[in-house]
Design a protein around this ligand. Structure first.
Ligand code: ADP
Ligand code: 5GP
Length: 204
């Protein structure tokens, strides 16, 4: 179990639903919120930067991290492995900063075992057809990759009931407002604000 004063937000969605678009905007706009950069064995897509979008590593390095217990969770999807680094995550959370993780459903459910109070957010695409269109328009995956991602999308959607929030990403602005609203409301929750309230009370 990871002990932590910071809040953990997990965002999952079928590939193409818009979670990177939403997550990147969120960490740019909301102070004291850090994006958890995962490790992956897949190749960078055009425009992706090592250390920002992912830490791109080879199979041997990934194997070593798994063997050393260096990953809080990891999965194999779409023919590649993806995992969340333990050292960085525990360090940032211990410092009191909030963390946002963009991870798929199996990994998200495993992460919640280590961090039971993680806020789990699922981004819904408007429809199967809209999802496929977004994957095509993004222009970064081959036809075969899109076919595999659409198959896995159904499996991911079936797990929506394990999440605390379901955000429909049809109108991007509305989806973003809801996502930011979850973060701000969590920060204002009684569980989080109790120490502050107690301190204020002591001054009376
Ligand atoms: P994911 O990270 O979930 O795989 P992306 O954020 O890469 O998805 O989004 C997939 C594609 O859909 C991108 O081209 C993005 O610009 C587009 N997109 C995201 N949200 C919307 C939306 N609400 N309406 C239309 N297109 C969107
Ligand atoms: P992509 O190849 O499109 O960047 O990511 C594929 C899927 O892997 C996405 O659903 C993304 O959320 C997920 N993913 C990225 N990093 C991790 C991780 O560290 N752990 C898990 N479980 N999934 C991840």
């Amino acid at each position: 179990m990871i002990q932590h004063p910071g809040n953990v937000f997990v965002v999952s969605a079928p590939s193409g639903a818009g979670k990177s678009t939403l997550a990147q905007r969120l960490v740019r706009s909301v102070p004291d919120l850090s994006f958890s950069t995962s490790f992956t064995t897949r190749q960078p897509r055009p425009g992706e930067v090592d250390g920002r979008d992912y830490f791109f590593v080879d199979d041997a390095r990934f194997d070593a991290m798994v063997a050393e217990g260096g990953l809080v969770e990891w999965v194999q999807v779409y023919g590649h492995r993806y995992g969340t680094g333990r050292d960085w995550l525990t360090g940032v959370l211990a410092s009191g900063r909030d963390v946002l993780l963009d991870i798929e459903t199996t990994g998200a459910l495993n992460l919640r075992k280590a961090i039971p109070d993680a806020r789990m957010i699922f981004i819904l695409p408007p429809s199967a057809a809209a999802l496929e269109q977004r994957l095509r328009d993004r222009g970064k995956d081959s036809d075969e990759q899109i076919r595999v991602r659409m198959q896995y999308a159904r499996h991911e959607l079936e797990l929506y009931h394990a999440y605390d929030y379901l955000i429909l990403n049809d109108d991007l602005e509305l989806a973003y407002k809801q996502l930011e609203g979850v973060v701000q409301a969590t920060r204002a929750s009684r569980a989080r604000m109790e120490p502050v309230a107690r301190k204020i009370l002591e001054g009376f």
